[in-house]
Each structure stands twice: as C-alpha cells, then as structure tokens.
Design a protein around this ligand. Sequence first.
Ligand code: ADP
Ligand code: MG
Length: 230
Amino acid sequence: MTVVRLDEVTRVHGEGAAAVHALKGVSLAVEAGELVAVMGPSGSGKSTLLNVAGGLDRPTSGTVEVEGTDLAQVKDLAALRRRSVGYVFQDLNLIPSLTAAENVMLPRELDGVRAAKARHEAMGVLGEVGLAHVADRFPDELSGGQRQRVAIARSLVGERRLILADEPTGALDTPTGDEILQLLRIRCEQGATVLLVTHEPRYAAWADRVIFLRDGAVVDETSAPAVSHR
Ligand code: ADP
Ligand code: MG
C-alpha cells in the first residue's frame, strides 16, 4: 500500500522577483513499512518536502495523497495530521509548561481521547524510548537527547502510520542517534512509514531508500544502501 504519494509537486514561497521555487516537480511514492531518507544540501527543499507530505503546507501545484486521500480535498488537515501523521520538528516544539508525559499526551487529548487513556498511551511510548523514569519532568529538566526522544515519542503515540522526522538526530551523540534510528526502524517493521531528513550517511544507512534533493528536485535515488549495523 502506498502511504504517501507526491505527483509533480511544486512549492513556490513568496511572489514575483522574491519567489523561491523550493520544490520543482517532485514525484515520490512511499510504501507502508518503508523508511526513506531524504538528503541534500541546506536549502534544497527537504523541510518543504516533509511539510507538504504531511499536510503542514500546501503545494503550489501537483497533488499529495496520504493513504489514498488527496490532501487538497481534506478540510480538517489538523485532525488528519493528529490521527495519521507523526511529525518530529527540527526545533522539537515541546511545550515548556507541560511535562514530558503531558507533551506526548497532547495530540491524543486534542483528538478527544480521555486523559487517563492518553496518559497510559504516553507512558507506553515513553517507555519505548527509554524515558518512563522522567515522564513527569519538564523539558528544561531534561537533557538535549532526552528532549529529542520526547519529541519522537510524541510523533509515535496513537499508532500514527506516517512519521515525518526532520533531522531528529540533530545535536545527538552517536549512540543516542543510533537508538532513535533503531526505534524508527522498529516502527517500520510494525508497518509504519518513515520519511527521515538527515545529513548523516550513518543514519541514512538505516533506510530502505535514499532520495537526494538539489535545488528542489530529486537528483538521485539509491536503494538498499550498504548497511553494516542493521
Ligand atoms: P532544506 O530543509 O533542504 O534546508 P527548505 O525546504 O527549508 O530546505 O527550503 C527550500 C528553499 O525554500 C530555501 O531556499 C528556503 O530559503 C526557501 N523557503 C523555505 N521556507 C520558506 C518560506 N516560508 N518563505 C520563503 N522561502 C522559504
Ligand atoms: Mg530543513
């Protein structure tokens, strides 16, 4: 099953002389269970690609389908994102006044899940990322690596089937980065789909496929990269 499909997607930021063509006709299909790494220089359109794939941003032209639904036809994109799409932002976006568990519970509660059930689910994924013992701490009481894992837990809660991770290993030491990739890999084996932006060949090596972007276009694609640690 194709979980996310982009067909000739363009995205132009701004207008006139200031227009930036962030994506120039990108077509891409990612299947259930696939981990696809997106690589490319800064400014090549990686974040824009993730944003349009998850419905955080609308393409200027072309179509984006998530699980067979054309996102242009979806009125409540926020609800679709909360239910089906887990997003790890480059700058994490944890809410400082909420504990780790409360941050992870939030998307579920926004979706109408009772607090007790949401808490139970949050504790489950925090356990998966090795953070059950700090669930009641606030973000500023956690290390950088722990905060990153809270953001990952929030993207996984509620069995979301499409996980979009924008450099989730940025600023992590290698063992912690490897742990995060292992977690994402396990989710894929359980049927989730992951699009992962990374600069690190080491992490891209966990992917089934690597897509290279340059100036808003896919310029190369490799399958089954040499994998030494899987
Ligand atoms: P990457 O994640 O690969 O660094 P981005 O997708 O963030 O690339 O950006 C692609 C291009 O689009 C860059 O030239 C960037 O400056 C531009 N861009 C991204 N977002 C915006 C925006 N909101 N407004 C104007 N230009 C933008
Ligand atoms: Mg980016």
